[in-house]
Design a protein around this ligand. Structure first.
Ligand code: NAD
Ligand code: WQD
Length: 337
């Protein structure tokens, strides 16, 4: 079966491509290389021994996307990762975010009508919940006013997909709301490639340990949590990759007739920023330079997933620990220039 992976050379996409190949799927990648390089294709090939078909296409380009779908009507499923993802940048360039994350999804959905019984897995985010009132967060927790244009694009995207289905479109879709993906493939042949100064915690931690950054700033230690730092649900990117394959297989299952569903994808465990620092030091046997700094505006205090729905509905549970992920993240960092 042929599976189209948009953004398949990106961080989560590349790991998912490997997970799909392991299960015997033929993968076609569409990526415009705006946030990655062709080295990732090489990394995927070295892991799996198979080079996926690759098309350098910008999905905002309607005519290129259309001729791609004209030639690939035998695609059995689409996993859509291609998007911009920097929260801060989205405040500076909202139109770029709405164009790439919302308009391009509309183009993709239109093109997917050329497929026979199209299936879609969509990359959503726990950011749609904002600061949830109850923890752990279940899928029926209310979606709250987004903190950024980026967060808003994910909320709108989920609605676009649902409205399209409600209109009678022949589409089955699952949105996966990721918590905080971290880590890399254990071979360190693929991983996260932050451009410039990392905004996310784990790349900042690994770059500090590698001497590329002076010290980590822990954004606030006066939150109402046990050690005063924020709590998140850090999930190994390989666990995240594997759930995409499982969700896709659900959609492809004979007799599965649900048009739309949404699942939280996390480990179910909350860890503080200082837990991450401590675990990173322990599993990698090194010391990390850090200081306590002011709170970062817009941070929620605590977010971690209730994973019951993914466990019962998909039969999936994260297998790897945060320590595994922090070991793999460090292994990946040591391979970078
Ligand atoms: P990434 O930037 O590493 O991957 C996205 C890929 O899409 C890149 O390779 C980029 O070159 C490509 N791309 C972007 N715009 C494109 C376009 N117009 N046409 C073709 N290709 C294009 O990001 P990621 O961390 O792998 O995230 C993947 C998806 O998961 C995104 O939709 C993101 O919003 C979502 N997500 C990410 C996180 C996270 O923390 N990383 C959390 C929740 C949701
Ligand atoms: C984690 C924790 C920081 C950096 C973001 C997006 C979200 C989703 C995932 C896409 C927080 C603290 C961080 C640093 C720190 N992406 N921190 N020092 O903010 O939970 O989520 O990525 O959908 O939409 O907002 O992740 O890795 O930035 O931060 O103390 O240098 O680490 O305050 O508590 P976040 P993060």
């Amino acid at each position: 079966m042929k599976i189209l992976v948009t953004g398949g050379l990106g961080y989560i996409g590349s790991h998912t491509v490997v997970a799909l190949q392991e299960k015997g799927y033929e993968v076609i990648i569409v990526d415009n290389l705006s946030n990655t390089t062709l080295d990732v294709l090489e990394g995927i090939t070295r892991i799996s021994g198979k080079t996926p078909e690759f098309h350098k296409i910008d999905i905002r380009n309607k005519s290129e996307l259309s001729s791609f779908f004209d030639k690939h009507q035998d695609i059995s499923g689409v996993i859509h990762f291609a998007a911009f993802k920097a929260v801060g940048e989205s405040v500076q360039k909202p139109l770029d975010y709405y164009e790439n994350n919302v308009a391009a999804l509309v183009y993709l959905l239109r093109e997917m009508t050329k497929l026979d019984h199209p299936k879609l897995i969509f990359s959503s985010s726990c950011t749609v919940y904002g600061q949830a009132e109850k923890l752990p967060i279940t899928e029926d927790a209310p979606v709250q006013q987004a903190n950024s244009p980026y967060g808003n694009t994910k909320q709108i995207d989920e609605e676009v997909i649902q409205d399209h289905i409600k209109s009678g479109a022949d589409l089955q879709a699952i949105s996966l709301r990721y918590f905080n993906p971290i880590g890399a493939h254990p071979t360190a042949l693929i991983g996260e490639l932050p451009i410039g100064i990392p905004q996310n915690l784990v790349p900042y931690v690994t770059q500090t340990a590698a001497g590329k950054r002076k010290e980590l700033s822990v954004w606030g230690n006066d939150y109402p949590t046990e050690d005063g730092t924020c709590i998140r649900d850090y999930i190994h990117v390989m666990d995240l990759a594997e759930v995409h394959v499982i969700a896709l297989e659900k959609l492809l299952e004979k007799g599965y007739d649900q048009a739309y569903d949404v699942f939280n994808v996390g480990t179910g465990h909350g860890n503080s920023v200082l837990d991450v620092v401590k675990t990173f030091e322990e599993v990698n046997q090194l010391k990390l330079a850090y200081k306590i700094a002011e709170r970062r505006p817009g941070d929620v205090v605590a977010a971690y997933a209730d994973t019951t729905k993914a466990e019962t509905g998909l039969g999936w549970k994260a297998k790897r620990t945060m320590g595994d992920a922090l070991k793999d993240a460090w292994h990946w960092e040591t391979k970078q220039k």
